[in-house]
Design a protein. Structure first.
Length: 241
């Protein structure tokens, strides 16, 4: 049975190739999100012939002012995996308007191409992200995965009805609101993630990722009063078909 991390940052590791090899050795599958097209290129180059690593093409909202959207669009046909993309409207983050415009263009292109898997950042922006995903048709033609969902329960229902997926990490699962929300998500739309490593932290190993995934699975099992390992493995298979 496969164990998968649906959102980590290979481009934050000091040695991405070494981490990818460790992951292979312990049977860990990953959806590695990049934050810029450059990060996608760099991590793709060092993971050739490693099918357990899916590299997402990212244009993270925190880097929207530095990353090139032209590079993003020229690389998009190469990959089914897109992330990290989205919107962060918290006051400490800048370029709100540019973030919304950029994400709208990305969603529109993904919707048109179809069959993409998107890992979505949506801080204080779940409704804005959903507006764009629905208006562009992205929720219908692609698999849209909310990473670390932190929106209202109304927005959660809206995302569930739109067919979205949710990747859950241990920081998220520890909050009171999430404990309520994590009961509501259909079992076949749940994935696990770590969002590791912290940027600039070279000391994270595949064993740390596995341990974090196990903790969040245990949290989920306590919240939902049900064993989840088999279902989660099936969900990952479904997403990666
Ligand atoms: Zn992330």
């Amino acid at each position: 049975m496969s164990v998968a991390d649906a959102h980590l940052h290979l481009d934050f590791f000091a040695n991405p190739a070494a981490f990818a090899q460790e992951a292979q050795a312990c049977g860990l599958q990953v959806f590695a999100n990049s934050v810029t097209p450059q990060g996608f290129l760099a991590t793709t180059a060092v993971t050739q012939g490693m099918p357990h690593v899916r590299i997402g093409l990212g244009l993270h909202p925190w880097w929207v002012n530095e990353a090139s959207i032209d590079d993003f669009f020229s690389l998009l046909p190469q990959t089914r995996w897109v992330g990290e993309v989205g919107i962060d409207l918290s006051p400490k983050r800048a370029h709100h308007e540019q973030q919304v415009n950029t994400f709208a263009q990305i969603a529109e292109r993904c919707a048109r191409d179809g069959d993409k898997v998107l890992s979505l950042h949506s801080v204080r922006a779940a409704d804005v992200v959903l507006d764009i995903l629905e208006k562009t048709g992205c929720t219908r033609s692609c698999s849209c995965v909310f990473h670390w969902f932190s929106g209202s329960t109304e927005a959660l229902w809206r995302a569930i009805r739109a067919g979205c997926w949710f990747s859950v990490n241990e920081m998220q699962a520890g909050t009171r609101r999430a404990k309520e929300q994590l009961k509501l998500i259909p079992a076949d739309r749940l994935l696990l993630e770590t969002d590791l490593p912290p940027e600039g932290d070279a000391s994270t190993h595949a064993a740390d990722v596995l341990a974090s995934l196990e903790r969040v699975r245990n949290q989920l099992e306590r919240i939902r009063r049900k064993s989840m390992a088999e279902q989660l493995a099936l969900n990952w298979e479904h997403l990666t078909l």
